[in-house]
Design a protein around this ligand. Structure first.
Ligand SMILES: Cc1ncc(COP(=O)(O)O)c(C=O)c1O
Length: 404
């Protein structure tokens, strides 16, 4: 059984030593190296990047630009790709919708979305589809995360899906889906929010078009995220937000824009966030994604075994452990997910309950809500035991006498 335990790396456990934090899919805690390097940036190098000729501004610019390269290296993306920094995955997904999709989709074209996509994928695409008269179609999944239909057709211009579903925990077969979409000439938006920092990612093995992520889910500070995309796609895209820094030349009536990726980064950028993101990447690399993924799979396997032993639990997502990310969604018979989460909180176990920003998925699965446990590699087998004991406690509070 896995013995990894790196809670000592996370200062939050000094303040809350007894906490069992299992809401990692929402946001991760920050290791010491991330908070220290971010603080150090503000103490030693703080300044506005790209604007000044003086020492600190040059330093900020260097750090910021180094961040782009480190993200690409982390994902195994070569010189065909570029990193655009955004404040989170949501902003990156809106950027793609309002630029690439808006420019390239015409009335009657189809946008195909996996039903387990997060609202941050679905809502921006809905807006564009409506404006352009495009047709939004869905790839449906059942409660085990198995696709029920094939909505990709010769008219599909965009396929959008999460690499790992935050509502079902499924790791999609992105290689096969990318190929399927590319065969009909579609461009793929891969939402990597639940994949980055959890599973080894190697762009060299895939033909990724757009990949989006949030730093705060991978141990980096809140307020930094990004879009990694093929330069050829970015170069053909108009700007998203406009203002300072993203221009080449502005006259009274017209503007020419900066090249890629600066064209998509209007205003003063979050250099401290990029510094924190680089620290998070170093932190993840120091343990290695293969080890991290192995540990998280061991936690999933253990948690599934424990939950399956409880006859009052319904679990969602794939049976096959190799198709599961670091999260499990489930329901407890007789108790609303919000009550489950509140009762677990009494035992200092933090989990998420609700629709997980996947209302279309929930509606399709005929669920109003579910509970979700999601872990980072600093979680332990003991955390899972405490979580399962707390679920049993919730049933007791609701008056059930369970025999198992
Ligand atoms: C799969 C997925 N995509 C996108 C997002 C949006 O992330 P953010 O709120 O950081 O923009 C989330 C957040 O939970 C998510 O789980």
């Amino acid at each position: 059984m896995t013995t990894m335990n790196h809670k000592g790396d996370f200062p939050i456990y000094e303040t809350h030593p007894g906490m069992v934090y299992l809401d990692h899919a929402a946001t991760s805690h920050k290791p010491d190296i991330v908070t220290r390097r971010t603080e150090s940036y503000y103490k030693t190098s703080n300044s506005s990047p790209h604007r000044g000729a003086y020492l600190l501004s040059v330093k900020s610019t260097e750090l910021y630009d180094r961040g782009r390269k480190e993200v690409l290296d982390f994902l195994g993306a070569d010189e065909r790709y570029s990193t655009v920094f955004t404040k989170n995955a949501t902003e990156a997904l809106n950027l793609i919708a309002q630029t690439h999709v808006m420019e390239n989709v015409k009335a009657g074209d189809e946008i195909c979305v996996s039903i387990d996509a997060h609202h941050s994928v679905i809502v921006p695409l809905q807006l564009v589809a409506k404006r352009k008269g495009a047709i939004l179609k869905y790839l449906y999944l059942d409660r085990t995360g198995t696709f029920e239909n094939d909505a990709i057709t010769a008219k599909t211009k965009i396929l959008a899906l999460p690499w790992i579903s935050n509502g079902l925990g499924k790791i999609h077969d992105v290689k096969a889906l990318l190929k399927r979409a590319h065969d009909v000439g579609a461009v793929v938006i891969l939402d990597g929010a639940q994949a980055i920092g959890h599973i080894p990612i190697d762009f060299a093995e895939l033909d990724v078009d757009f990949f989006t992520f949030s730093g705060h889910k991978m141990y980096a500070p809140q307020g930094i995220g990004g879009l990694v995309a093929k330069k050829e796609l970015l170069e053909a895209m108009p700007p998203f937000l406009t203002g300072g820094d993203m221009i080449e030349y502005v006259t009274e009536q017209t503007t020419t824009y900066a090249g890629v990726p600066e064209r998509f980064e209007a205003g003063t950028q979050n250099v401290a966030g990029v510094v924190g993101l680089m620290a998070a990447i170093d932190y993840i690399k120091s343990y290695g994604l293969t080890k991290i993924h192995e540990h998280e799979m061991a936690l999933t396997s253990y948690a599934l075994e424990k939950l399956k032993a409880l006859p009052f639990i319904e679990i969602y997502g794939p049976e096959d452990i190799s198709k599961r990310g670091a999260l499990i969604t489930f329901n407890v018979e007789g108790i609303h997910p919000h009550d489950v989460a509140s009762l677990l909180d009494e035992k200092w176990v933090s989990i998420r309950a609700g629709h997980h920003c996947t209302q279309p998925l929930m509606k399709h699965l005929e669920l109003s809500a579910s509970c979700r446990v999601s872990y980072g590699f600093y979680n332990t087998i003991e955390d899972i035991d405490k979580f399962v004991d707390a679920v049993k406690y919730a049933r007791e509070v609701f008056g059930y006498v369970d025999v198992y």
